[in-house]
Design a protein around this ligand. Structure first.
Ligand SMILES: Nc1ncnc2c1ncn2[C@@H]1O[C@H](COP(=O)(O)OP(=O)(O)OP(=O)(O)O)[C@@H](O)[C@H]1O
Length: 357
């Protein structure tokens, strides 16, 4: 069979947020016609959302090109390792590190970090989360593992805590919340660096790091000590939060860590009775910020009382209501994030980069 017409059709297929088509990006592994079924296998270098649905829209055309009666898509996730943006040594086994930050406290940074991590995992990736928020390590509670302690069988390294299919470690597992919050800059960043490197993460496609809120020295030090691939900034639409989000973008620019985009949280309130939407904190702030600073708006999340309750109960929306609107929004953001990370980055050989030393 001549596979050229298929390759040509695939090279005109470009999901939103992809910088390249699958042929140019080298994702097409195999094309074959077997007993009237066109089998196409793609190796995907980043987690993706709804790709199969999008690919299925091509089926009629592809069948017409080849006289096949059906198309069988085989998608394999092989997440690429991308060079990190600073000189910090890589963490054994960890392919990519995404820092989640916010200029201002209380905007929902940890909520976003946890749900994004769970969404990446639902998209098939191996995911870890490091709670680096020394001012308020909330991830153990949000993942429903507040009483857990990372096990250590050699007295030197720790096993991360497993929760909802991802691996987590937090300063909150190791010291009481009150102890962590009184730590000062150098002590806190040293402890974090230790937690990052002494955790036996295993093989991870993505490690999400929940940074402490703010844009001061401590955040800068952590961002530099962690071999960060790229960062995401979470904000709410109020002017004060947006102004701090700009500081966040500048902080990462200063240390050459690419900002993959902004997530606007608490964008509006939707009445659970009548569906009416009200923009409590102003409208269009995130969009405006993004267009002004040339970064994508990765997504918006409305204020949602259930989401808040689910976080407090340790069952985040992405696992509590996997098909709900909140989960769908996080899955879409995670897909955009993963695509943005891949297309903005430089792929490096995984075996050289992430091996144990
Ligand atoms: N979209 C949302 N709708 C409703 N409640 C939310 C939403 N996002 C976050 N929350 C709630 O707001 C509170 C603060 O969220 P979170 O702890 O994630 O913020 P943060 O920015 O990480 O805070 P900190 O600055 O303390 O680290 C939590 O109770 C959380 O459940």
């Amino acid at each position: 069979m001549n596979i050229e017409p298929i390759r040509q059709r695939l090279s005109r297929f470009r999901p939103a947020h992809w910088a390249q088509d699958p042929v140019t990006a080298g994702m097409v592994r195999h094309i074959e016609l077997q007993e009237g079924v066109l089998a196409i296998s793609l190796a995907l270098p980043f987690a993706h959302h709804n790709l199969l649905d999008e690919l299925n829209t091509l089926n009629d055309e592809l069948c017409a090109l080849t006289a096949a009666r059906a198309v069988n898509w085989q998608l394999q996730l092989e997440v690429a390792t991308l060079a990190h943006a600073n000189a910090a040594p890589a963490v054994a086994g960890v392919r990519n590190i995404i820092a989640v930050s916010s200029g201002k406290g209380g905007v929902g940074k940890s909520t976003t970090a946890v749900n994004l991590a769970l969404a990446l995992s639902r998209l098939g990736a191996r995911v870890g989360i490091l709670d680096a928020d020394i001012y308020g390590p909330s991830i153990p509670v949000m993942l429903g593992v507040a009483g857990a302690r990372p096990a250590s069988d050699d007295g030197k390294t720790m096993q991360p805590v497993a929760a909802h299919g991802i691996r987590a470690n937090s300063i909150g597992f190791l010291v009481g919340d009150d102890d962590a919050t009184v730590w000062r800059g150098p002590m806190a960043s040293k402890a974090l660096s230790q937690i990052l490197r002494e955790t036996r993460w295993g093989e991870l496609d993505y490690l999400v790091v929940d940074l402490p809120p703010g844009t001061g020295d401590i955040q800068l030090t952590i961002a530099q000590q962690v071999p960060t691939t790229a960062a995401v900034v979470v904000t709410t639409p109020q002017n004060v939060a947006l102004a701090d989000a700009v500081k966040g973008i500048s902080m990462f620019n200063k240390v050459n860590i690419p900002v993959l985009g902004v997530i606007e949280n608490m964008s509006y309130h939707q009445c659970s009775q009548c569906g009416h939407q009200e923009s409590l904190f102003g409208e269009g702030g995130g969009e405006h910020l993004c267009s002004e600073h040339g970064v994508p708006l990765l997504g918006q999340m409305p204020l949602n009382a259930t989401l808040c309750r689910q976080m407090d109960a340790g069952t985040p929306a992405v696992v509590a209501e996997p098909d709900g609107d909140v989960a769908r929004r996080y899955l879409a953001m995670a897909g955009r994030l993963a695509a943005g990370l891949y297309f903005a980055g430089k792929a490096v050989p995984t075996t050289l980069y992430t091996r144990q030393v």
